[in-house]
Design a protein. Structure first.
Length: 191
C-alpha cells in the first residue's frame, strides 16, 4: 500500500497494491500492520455500505460529535464520487479547509479521514456503491450534519441537483449554528 498526502495533514489517499491477471484482480483494502507502517494507527470497529442511485447526489457533510467522533476509511466499489473531508477542529491550522478526491471503482483509491473532520460526497455516476470503515460505533445521539453549501466552508460541488438531496442534508444547520464540538489538540496531532 502507498500513502499520498493531501492538502490537509492527516487526510491521506491510500493506494492499494493491485494483483491482477487474465482472471481479474486481488487487493487488500485494509491490513492493520500495513496501515501502521504508513503512520495510521486507527483500529476500525464497524463497516458500512451505501448505495446511491442517481448521478449528482450529495450526501453530507456528516460527522459524530465527541466523544463519539469517527475516523473513516472510505472507498467506492461501484461508480465514481467526489469525496470531501472538511476540517471542523476549532483552533486547527487548517480549520474550515477542505480537500476533495475522486474515488472510483477504476482507480480503487481510498481516503483516510481522521477524527475531527466532516465528510461528504457527490456521486459522479449513477448506481454508486460506497463502502467505509469507522473507528467508533454509530451513535444516534451524536450524529450531526452541517449544510453542504455552508459559505464559511465553500466546498465546490459543481452543479447541485436539489431534488437529489435528502431532507436531513437540506435541513442541516450551517456550522455557525451547529453544536459541533471539535477542538484541535496539537499534542495529540504530534503523537
Amino acid at each position: 500500500m502507498k500513502r499520498l498526502d493531501t492538502n490537509i495533514p492527516g487526510v491521506y489517499i491510500i493506494e492499494p497494491q493491485i494483483f491482477g491477471d487474465h482472471r481479474g484482480y486481488f487487493m487488500e483494502t485494509y491490513n492493520q500492520a500495513a496501515f501502521e507502517a504508513l503512520g495510521i494507527r486507527t483500529v476500525f470497529v464497524q463497516d458500512n455500505q451505501s448505495f446511491t442511485e442517481k448521478y449528482g447526489t450529495i450526501r453530507g457533510i456528516h460527522f459524530q460529535n465527541s466523544p463519539m467522533s469517527q475516523a473513516k476509511l472510505v472507498r467506492v466499489t461501484r461508480g465514481v464520487v467526489l469525496d470531501v473531508a472538511v476540517d471542523l477542529r476549532r483552533g486547527s491550522p487548517t480549520y474550515l479547509k477542505w480537500t476533495a478526491e475522486v474515488l472510483s471503482e477504476d482507480n480503487r483509491r481510498m481516503l483516510f479521514i481522521p477524527r475531527g473532520f466532516g465528510h461528504g460526497f457527490k456521486t459522479l455516476s449513477d448506481n454508486v456503491e460506497f463502502v467505509y470503515k469507522v473507528d467508533t460505533l454509530f451513535s444516534k445521539e451524536n450524529d450531526r450534519g452541517i449544510r453542504f453549501d455552508d459559505p464559511a466552508i465553500g466546498v465546490d460541488w459543481g452543479e447541485v441537483i436539489r431534488e437529489n438531496l435528502s431532507e436531513k442534508d437540506l435541513s442541516s444547520p450551517f456550522l455557525a449554528d451547529s453544536d459541533c464540538n471539535y477542538v484541535y489538540d496539537q499534542e495529540a496531532e504530534q503523537r
